[in-house]
Structures are given as C-alpha cells and as structure tokens.
Design a protein around this ligand. Structure first.
Ligand SMILES: NC(=O)c1ccc[n+]([C@@H]2O[C@H](COP(=O)([O-])OP(=O)(O)OC[C@H]3O[C@@H](n4cnc5c(N)ncnc54)[C@H](O)[C@@H]3O)[C@@H](O)[C@H]2O)c1
Length: 254
C-alpha cells in the first residue's frame, strides 16, 4: 500500500534523491523545502516520474513551527504521515572562538530544532496508526570530530542522540526511528566552494576511494523506512565508503 512520505530538504541533494526513490515505489511523496524556487524546479523534475496525483510540494522552513503546521495540515488531508525523512540542514565552517552567535543559532535552529519541530508535528500521526518510520540524516561529523566545523559537528551529534532516545520512546508503539550518517556526498552542500584538492583529499581518505552519490544515501533511507528493516530501531548507518571503519592509522607497509 502506498505510504505518505514527508521529506524535508527535498529541493536538493539527498532529500531530492530520496523523494525520487519513494516516488518510484509508488508512494505519496510530500516534498518540502524553504527554497521555493529550487523546490518548484525539483518538483517539476520529478513529476513525470511519479504516479498521477502522488507528488506534492510545500514550501516550509523546518525551524518555524507555523510552517511545519502547514505540512502537518496537508498530510492530514491524505490520512496522515507514515514516513518522515529529515534531510534539511545547513552547514557553516569556522573556528569556535571566531564564530558569531548567529552561526550557533542558525545551525542549531535548523539542524536540531527543525527535526524536533517535524517530529513533534508528525509522530502523533504514526502513533495513531501504531506504525511509522522516521529517518534522520545526520553525518559522520556527528560521530567524530572534524577540523573547522565544531558547531556543525555538535548539531549532528545531537541528531544522533535525539534519534536514539526517540527510538527508546516510540519503538514499542510501532514507530521506528533510525539514522543515516553520510560522509562527503556530491550535493551542493559539499561541492559548493569545494576545491578539487579538497575533493581529492576526501577521495584519498575514503577506503573505497569514492565520493558518495546522493542516490546511495536515498537507497539506505528507503530501506530503513521499509518493513524489511522492521527490527531496526535507533540504528545509525554510516554511508561513508568505510571511512568510520578506519581508526586513522596509516598503512604500515613493511
Ligand atoms: N553533502 C554532504 O557531504 C553531507 C555529508 C554528511 C551529511 N549531510 C547531510 O545530508 C543532509 C542533506 O544535505 P545535502 O547534502 O542534500 O545538502 P543540500 O544543500 O543539497 O540540501 C539541503 C536542503 O535543505 C534545505 N534546507 C536548509 N535549511 C532548511 C530549512 N530551514 N527548512 C527547510 N529546508 C531547508 C536546503 O534549501 C536544501 O534544499 C543534511 O542533513 C546534511 O547535513 C550531507
């Protein structure tokens, strides 16, 4: 049976690839993003691939509860949310002692409060159905430290902790909460302003020597939301070409 799937950050990157993947399965997909123009473009791109009447779009800022209430109201018209994918996030670099307070608020408001807002609005739908799946997109940056991105790392660590604790509270009621943690993905978030030297640095460090395609994350998200993953609760899957399997020691060729 078709599910109602809400995807935040669906105008771009992983969110858009995920919307495409769910639409291909015949699910009813609600694409949401705060960038109305890019959201419209992404929606128009995916529309021919979706079943008739099964693709929706709604401009909303996840950090604003009133905007999230509009998403909730729309999904309610179609019987409530079955799957929530939180992909929307922002990223700023810089050393902590130089960071303006605005960098803290901006990243925490969207990356953490945004997930709080959407979950608070849509988990009641799932509780009513005694079934549902939430997939939160964190990052390997939430699993270990990164140079020059302490605030972003803190938001992504919070997403992992929040998701695990939510899994404790909701699993017994049929609502599974899981996490996907990518490394470098070929999306505007990573590629914008990223020199070829930095990209090559990432490729070299990655055990599989590749940067991630957004579709590879989408595939894992679709799996976590499916009944095939029915005993998976509070799991964090790194989609990172083996990066977090590495302990950081160099190759000891003798
Ligand atoms: N690209 C990477 O290398 C990478 C690595 C690890 C984790 N991630 C995570 O993956 C997720 C998706 O990122 P992406 O790579 O697809 O980036 P992206 O920039 O391509 O897409 C993010 C989307 O989120 C939207 N967004 C941002 N703030 C929003 C808000 N307040 N309300 C609604 N929408 C908002 C943006 O407009 C954009 O369309 C993010 O959570 C990101 O932190 C990305």
């Amino acid at each position: 049976m078709a599910r109602n799937v809400v995807i935040t950050g669906a105008a771009s990157g992983i969110g858009k690839a995920t919307a495409k993947a769910f639409a291909a399965l015949g699910d009813r997909v609600f694409m949401t993003d705060w960038k109305e123009e890019t959201l419209n473009a992404a929606y128009n791109e995916l529309l021919p691939q979706a079943q008739e009447g099964m693709l929706h779009k709604i401009a909303a800022n996840v950090a604003v509860p009133e905007d999230v209430a509009k998403i909730e109201a729309l999904v309610s018209e179609y019987g409530g949310c079955d799957v929530l994918v939180n992909s929307a996030a922002v990223f700023r670099v810089g050393l902590l002692h130089n960071a303006p307070m605005e960098d803290y608020d901006f990243q925490f408001d969207i990356n953490v409060r945004g997930i709080f807002n959407t979950c608070k609005a849509l988990i009641p739908h799932m509780l009513k159905k005694q079934k549902g799946a939430v997939v939160n997109v964190s990052s390997v940056s939430g699993m270990g430290g990164d140079y020059n991105m302490s605030l972003y790392c803190a938001t992504k660590g919070a997403v992992i902790a929040l998701s695990r604790a939510m899994a404790m509270d909701y699993s017994a009621q049929g609502v599974r909460v899981n996490i996907v943690s990518p490394s470098a993905v070929k999306t505007p978030m990573f590629l914008t302003g990223c020199s070829e030297a930095v990209r090559e640095g990432f490729r070299k460090n990655m055990p599989d020597r590749r940067l991630c395609e957004p579709e590879w994350c989408a595939n894992v998200i679709v799996y976590l939301a499916s009944d095939n993953a029915e005993h998976l609760c509070g799991v964090n899957i790194p989609v990172d070409g083996g990066l977090t399997a590495w302990n950081g020691q160099p190759n000891q060729e003798k």
